[in-house]
Design a binder for this molecule. Structure first.
Ligand code: NOJ
Length: 471
């Protein structure tokens, strides 16, 4: 009698490459708290929260108290068998005024954190900017000012010189598109501005310029062998039906939709369609800027949550058409414009939120379009509510993740050079303007006691890491 294989979860066809890194991701403002402790200066997110702009009245003053509980949090990572951790460095903890006098105690915190990680066999990956700009720089124009890009380069150089003895991978900026479009166009993230399209275009240019300056600073200041790249939420495309023509169409659309971010960072030039789309609102820039922005990176880091546009080939001039797209996808009338302007979430977008193939195409097309040599999935996860998590049964998250990781495994099996996966997030935390209500964690955090409790998904990811396979 034959039956199903009993150990099918460990079959070779579900395994990831040897040495694949399994980790979790967090960001300083979302977890640290200690907002004014040990010499830290205020960030734009402190200001934004204190002004009552976070939906449930939350602030980052305490958040989930990671600043004081980092050792316990490293143990949570260790318990799930994590081999890597992506955290962000709070710029105003290091430079309370954004520039000038550094705060030694701020740097000390990250040194202690990194030492703790290394002592527990967990490789640190540091993000230099996860949206918490020093308020002092915002007061001087923030990302509207070119000086902020320069200050970001200087801060990156300072960190590289002091942490690259123990941190071998740096991400420059997290999700450019979110803080630029939502923070400066729609005003729903800090600094809460609703600038004109031309001003937003300038902010976007300064953000990618800041990235390029940070890449150069790391090359100049960090120990040999230190790797650097962006961590962007690429506006992801996928062929709606997997044919060679539709795959080419998805690649062309990817390049267009990300023209102001990943395309210029990887190619060192704005595409003609991008500039034409911005017309009179185009940013001011020099050819030297473009060279800096296009500084070669060692890897691409990408946050993947969904396919933003399913596309197919068409005989239009662009060669593709969008079959179902989210509000992030530029409308065809203009090749490019700040797309978050379309505030409503159509039904099709909700459906796109369950699009595990984003893992396959979101990594594979980086090779097809830009020849990526190394890729990290810098974020992936889904929110639940407190009610859903109350019993610890975040089964939905496990089902969702299994589907996504199945597609990620398909990518690695096809030779796509994905080196690691960082789950968003280690524990429930402050979800920016949405406050504490969305629960993204593998661990539940009781906000009254700060007690951390593993959810079912933590046990599941531990098994994935242990077997280095989809289970
Ligand atoms: C994007 C951001 O990088 C992260 O900070 C955020 O909490 C998650 N994705 C979930 O929305």
């Amino acid at each position: 009698m034959t039956g199903p294989p009993t150990n099918s979860t460990t079959s070779a066809d579900r395994r990831f490459p040897d040495g694949f890194l399994w980790g979790t991701a967090t960001a300083a403002f979302q977890i640290e708290g200690a907002w004014d402790e040990d010499g830290k200066g205020p960030s734009i997110w402190d200001t934004f929260g204190h002004a009552g702009n976070i939906r449930d009245g939350s602030t980052g003053d305490v958040a989930v108290d990671h600043y004081h509980r980092y050792k316990e949090d490293v143990q949570l990572m260790k318990a799930i068998g994590a081999t890597a951790y992506r955290f962000s460095i709070s710029w105003p903890r290091i430079f309370p005024d954004g520039i000038g006098q550094p705060n030694a105690k701020g740097l000390d915190f990250y040194r202690r954190l990194v030492d703790e990680l290394l002592a527990n066999g967990i490789e640190p990956f540091a993000t230099l900017y996860h949206w918490d700009l020093p308020q002092a720089l915002q007061d001087k124009g923030g990302w509207q000012s070119r000086d902020t890009a320069k200050a970001f380069g200087d801060y990156s150089a300072y960190i590289a010189a002091r942490l690259s003895d123990r941190v071998r991978h740096f991400f420059t900026i997290n999700e450019f598109s979110s803080f630029v479009e939502l923070g400066h166009g729609r005003g729903i993230l800090a600094p809460g501005l609703q600038l004109s399209p031309g001003q937003v275009n300038q902010v976007r240019h300064h953000a990618v310029l800041g990235h390029g300056l940070a890449v150069q600073a790391i090359r100049a200041q960090a120990r040999a062998g230190t790797k650097v790249g962006p961590a962007e939420q690429i506006i992801g495309t996928a062929p709606v039906i997997e044919t060679p023509e539709n795959i080419r169409a998805a690649a062309a659309a990817l390049r267009d939709f990300n023209a102001g971010y990943m395309t210029v960072m990887m190619e060192g030039r704005y595409t003609d369609a991008f500039l034409a789309g911005q017309a009179a609102d185009a940013p001011t820039f020099t050819s030297e800027d473009l060279q800096i922005i296009g500084s070669p990176v060692d890897f691409i880091g990408t946050n993947i949550y969904m396919v933003h546009a399913f596309v197919r080939a068409s005989d239009s001039e662009r060669g593709y058409e969008v079959v179902a797209g989210s509000s992030m996808v530029p409308p065809p009338a203009r090749p490019y414009q700040p797309t978050h302007a379309r505030a409503q979430y159509p039904n099709s977008e909700i459906a796109l939120m369950l699009s595990p193939e984003s893992m396959y195409w979101g990594s594979r097309l980086l090779v097809d379009v830009w020849g990526a040599k190394e890729i990290f999935i810098t974020e992936n996860g889904m929110p639940t509510t407190a009610e859903e998590d109350a019993e610890g049964f975040d089964t939905g998250r496990v089902v969702w993740l299994r589907a996504y990781l199945t597609e990620l495994q398909r990518a690695t099996a096809d030779g796509v050079p994905v080196r690691g996966y960082f789950h968003w997030s280690l524990m429930d935390n402050l979800e920016w303007g949405a406050g504490m209500a969305p629960k993204f964690g593998l661990h539940r955090v009781d906000l009254a006691t700060q007690k951390r409790t593993p959810k079912l998904s933590a046990a599941w990811l531990r098994e994935v890491a242990r077997q280095n396979a989809v289970v």
